[in-house]
Structures are given as structure tokens and as C-alpha cells.
Design a binder for this molecule. Structure first.
Ligand code: GLU
Length: 470
């Protein structure tokens, strides 16, 4: 029998990192076993669902590289099927019409609570046949009243729920529309889902869903309920903790490779290994190795992973992600070095792509002012001579090439009988505008000869104006 998993988000907002992790687990589980991963959009809550959220989910899944093998299915396009199944359950006596008014149900609950009992529907229409002709009704599932439901959860272990705890669930509202638990059951059944991997906020629905599946004579899938993600304060991860939407991580400068690696480890481990390629994950991931306890989000670790991937992925791959940020931060890279080359020298100096763009502007944009503190410290009159000499040597270079640049700077320091610092720092401030950059020779190589020389001239003018002013 082939293995089928699904990710079934409700499109009521962006793709949350918790949802993305569940999707990743479902995807990995199917991939390793040659199974099928289905994407199903659970959009039956018409008030809360919207197209923008559907698009955000699809975009997030695509950005993470979690391609579905089948779908996306939309539950709103499957109402006929749900109605057929409800009619079938009704015809077979496995569901029944309930004519209770809202007031009656409320009164029932209040009485139970007053008596110290757990409020639930008391089954008053379960066996009645004296149906009124033209009163509205809902349809309820006839939940078994005896026995226990056993979930052999692949993560949480064995969970038992007595049927006496479960009341007769509404499966169709008075307007005929199916309810959440019914649509999930019908889809899991009709789509042949073999493994339901989802957040543990659904664990209370599982016994009810298993009972309906059993009533339909459907194969019951295996269940794996993934513990939730907590914020750094031990509370469920939410907006209060910062970014929770997957695309927000893209916006904040993370690579999908880093987020995938981060999310998979948040709730799963393989020895003490931290870095996993997607292929390795497909090979190694197993639900049996997932944690039972919730995990806490740790931004420092995500930043560390992000830097790791910026440094180790092929620069062309990082460049393709960087394009979005360049456009977003309005940095025009048509004149200047290849961005792959900038990535190679900057990746170890920053943690995100946003920072990478920030610290790389001088490769592509000219500036009209030097950073105040750096200039105060390094563009002083004593720097004029070394700058002028380096300029002379760079002007005379035949080829603009790393070794040659390196030697030109060294030769100037030697000739003046000063240490590299006396030449290097003024040069760095002159050509980048500030005091931080990769190795000077590499920086100059990428900035290019023309810009380098023009900027040294600008620094020399700055120094002479400063001398005049004092
Ligand atoms: N649509 C549900 C949600 O977004 C998931 C249902 C399921 O996975 O069974 O929470």
C-alpha cells in the first residue's frame, strides 16, 4: 500500500512557522518512503478564509521548496461529496436529525454545569422518530456510547478516550453545510491518507474523527501529533515573540535552507547533528525520533544556521535569494561586481541577507560623506601621504588583480616605513566610507579601479579641507 500524507492548512492568515514545520514533517515522511504528499486547503470557514491567505500559504510552501505531489484541493469545491457522505450516514442510521433550538442546547449545558457535570449534548434526538415537519435541524453523528477509542500516536504514544466522554457531534449545520470534523474525515478517507501528521491542538478531534471513519467503514490512518512551538517565555509562539509567518523570515533575510534546517530540528533530532541538507533529512527523518515535549524557538540558533548556509551554499544559490532583497532595498547592482563575488567575501561577516545588502552598498553606490567617527579617526592629515602613495601605485598597476593590489598596498607601507595599519585603515575608510569591510585587497578588487581611485581623491580632499579648517 502506498503512503499518503497531507498538509491541510486553513487559509485564515499567513503560513505560520508551526504549520510550516508540520508540513515539512509530512513532506519528509512521504519523500523517504516514495509516498505522496497532498496539499489540501481547508477553506470551509467562509468568514475567516480568504484568497490572500491561500496565496500566502502557496508562496510560503514554494519558497520552502515543499512541493506537493497532488492538489491543492479546496474543500469549498467538495461540498457535494460531503453532503453525499452525510446523507449516507443518515440513511444508514449512523447519524440523525436534531431539532434542538439554540436555547434548548444552552439550557442543557447550563443544567449540566449547575450539576457539576461536563457540558455536552445529551442525545435527546438520538433515537426519536417524531420529527417535526418544518422545523430547522442539524445532523449529528451517532457516536458509540460504549468502549474506548485508542490512538496509537506515532509521537505521543498510546492515548485512550472513553466514548462516554464524547457527545454526538454536529456534522451538518441547519443550512446543510458540513462541519470541520466531517470534511476532514471525508477527505482523509477519499484521499487515501495513510498518515495524518498535524499539530497536537487537534488531538481532541482525533477520537471523534476515528469514530466517524469507522462508521464509514474507512481505513483508519495512523496519527502523529506534533507538539507545539513555544516562544522564549515558554508560552505558545505568537506574534508577540516576533516573526511567525514564513514569508516574514524571507523578508528578514533568512534562506529557506536555514529555516528548513532550523524547523526540522525544532522537535526532532538525530544524535547531536545540527546541519542537515534536504537530501539527508529525507534519508534520516523519522516520526519515531520526534520529541514529545514542546520546543522553544531560538532566534540565535536560526541566525547561526543562516550564516552557515550563506557561507557554504554555492554563491549563485545565495545570489538568487539575494535578488529579492536587492530589489527590495533598491540597490542597483548593474554597475559593480558580480553579486556572487560580494557574497563570497561578505557571508562570514553577516548573519542575514538584509545585513548583507546593508554592508555591501559601497560596492555599487557612491557616497558623498564618510562615516563621522571613522573619518575622525582615520582620515587625518598623517593619512594624506600614505593615501596619495597608494593611489599612485594603484594607478600604475597594469592589471586590476588581487595579488597586484595586495603588493601595491604593501609596497607603499614599506616605502614609508610604516605599519600596515597606518595605510590600511585610511584606505578602508576612503574606499568604503566606513571602518568595516572584508580584507582590503579583496575590497578594492571588487570596488574596481575607477571607483577606488576616485574615492581616494575624495578622501584626500576631505583631509585637506579638514586641515584648512583647523
Ligand atoms: N485545517 C486545520 C488547521 O489548519 C488542520 C486540520 C488537520 O490537519 O487535520 O489547523
Amino acid at each position: 500500500m502506498s503512503l499518503v500524507t497531507r498538509f491541510a492548512p486553513s487559509p485564515t492568515g499567513y503560513l505560520h512557522v508551526g504549520g510550516a514545520r508540520t508540513a515539512l514533517y509530512s513532506w519528509l515522511y512521504a519523500k523517504k518512503r516514495g509516498g505522496t504528499f497532498i496539499l489540501r486547503i481547508e477553506d470551509t470557514d467562509l468568514e475567516r478564509s480568504n484568497q490572500a491567505s491561500v496565496d500566502a500559504i502557496l508562496e510560503g510552501m514554494q519558497w520552502l521548496g515543499l512541493a506537493h505531489d497532488d492538489g491543492p484541493y479546496y474543500q469549498t469545491q467538495r461540498f457535494d461529496l460531503y453532503k453525499e457522505v452525510v446523507a449516507q450516514l443518515l440513511a444508514e442510521g449512523k447519524a440523525y436529525k436534531c431539532f434542538c433550538t439554540v436555547e434548548e442546547v444552552d439550557a442543557m449545558r447550563e443544567a449540566q454545569m449547575a450539576a457539576g457535570e461536563k457540558p455536552k449534548y445529551n442525545g435527546m434526538w438520538r433515537d426519536r422518530t417524531d420529527h417535526p415537519a418544518d422545523k430547522p435541524f442539524v445532523i449529528r453523528f451517532k457516536n458509540p456510547q460504549q468502549g474506548v477509542v485508542v490512538i496509537d500516536d506515532m509521537i505521543k504514544g498510546r492515548i485512550e478516550i472513553a466514548n462516554s466522554e464524547l457527545d454526538d457531534l454536529i456534522i451538518a449545520r441547519s443550512d446543510g453545510t458540513p462541519t470541520y470534523n466531517l470534511t476532514v474525515v471525508v477527505d482523509d478517507w477519499k484521499m487515501g491518507i495513510t498518515h495524518v501528521i498535524r499539530g497536537d491542538d487537534h488531538v481532541n478531534n482525533t477520537p471523534r474523527q476515528m469514530n466517524i471513519l469507522a462508521a464509514l467503514g474507512a481505513e483508519i490512518p495512523k496519527y502523529a501529533h506534533v507538539p507545539m512551538i513555544l516562544g522564549d517565555d515558554g508560552k505558545r509562539l505568537s506574534k508577540r515573540h516576533g516573526a511567525v509567518g514564513v514569508m516574514q523570515y524571507r523578508d528578514n533575510g533568512f534562506l529557506p535552507e536555514a529555516l528548513i534546517n532550523y524547523l526540522v530540528r525544532l522537535g526532532w533530532s538525530h544524535g547531536d547533528q545540527e546541519i542537515f541538507s534536504k537530501d539527508e533529512l529525507i534519508e534520516l527523518f523519522d516520526l519515531a525520533d520526534c520529541n514529545r515535549a514542546p520546543s522553544a524557538f531560538n532566534t540565535e540558533k536560526l541566525l547561526w544556521l543562516n550564516q552557515h548556509y550563506m557561507k557554504t551554499l554555492p554563491p549563485a544559490r545565495v545570489a538568487s535569494e539575494l535578488q529579492w532583497h536587492l530589489a527590495h532595498q533598491q540597490l542597483d547592482t548593474r554597475t559593480g561586481p558580480a553579486i556572487e563575488d560580494v557574497i563570497s567575501v561578505q557571508a562570514e561577516r553577516v548573519k542575514t541577507l538584509v545585513e548583507l545588502v546593508e554592508v555591501s552598498r559601497y560596492f555599487y553606490e557612491d557616497f558623498s560623506e564618510f562615516e563621522e567617527n571613522a573619518a575622525k579617526k582615520h582620515l587625518r592629515p598623517v593619512a594624506a601621504e600614505p593615501l596619495a602613495l597608494v593611489k599612485e601605485k594603484l594607478t600604475a598597476l597594469g592589471e586590476w588583480q588581487l595579488d597586484a593590489i595586495h603588493h601595491a598596498i604593501n609596497a607603499a607601507a614599506e616605502q614609508l616605513g610604516v605599519g600596515m595599519g597606518k595605510v590600511g585603515m585610511p584606505m578602508r575608510v576612503a574606499v568604503t566610507g566606513g571602518g568595516n569591510s572584508p580584507a582590503l585587497d579583496q575590497t578594492l578588487l571588487l570596488i574596481g579601479r575607477e571607483r577606488t581611485l576616485a574615492r581616494i581623491t575624495m578622501a584626500l580632499e576631505f583631509i585637506s579641507k579638514r586641515a584648512e579648517a583647523s
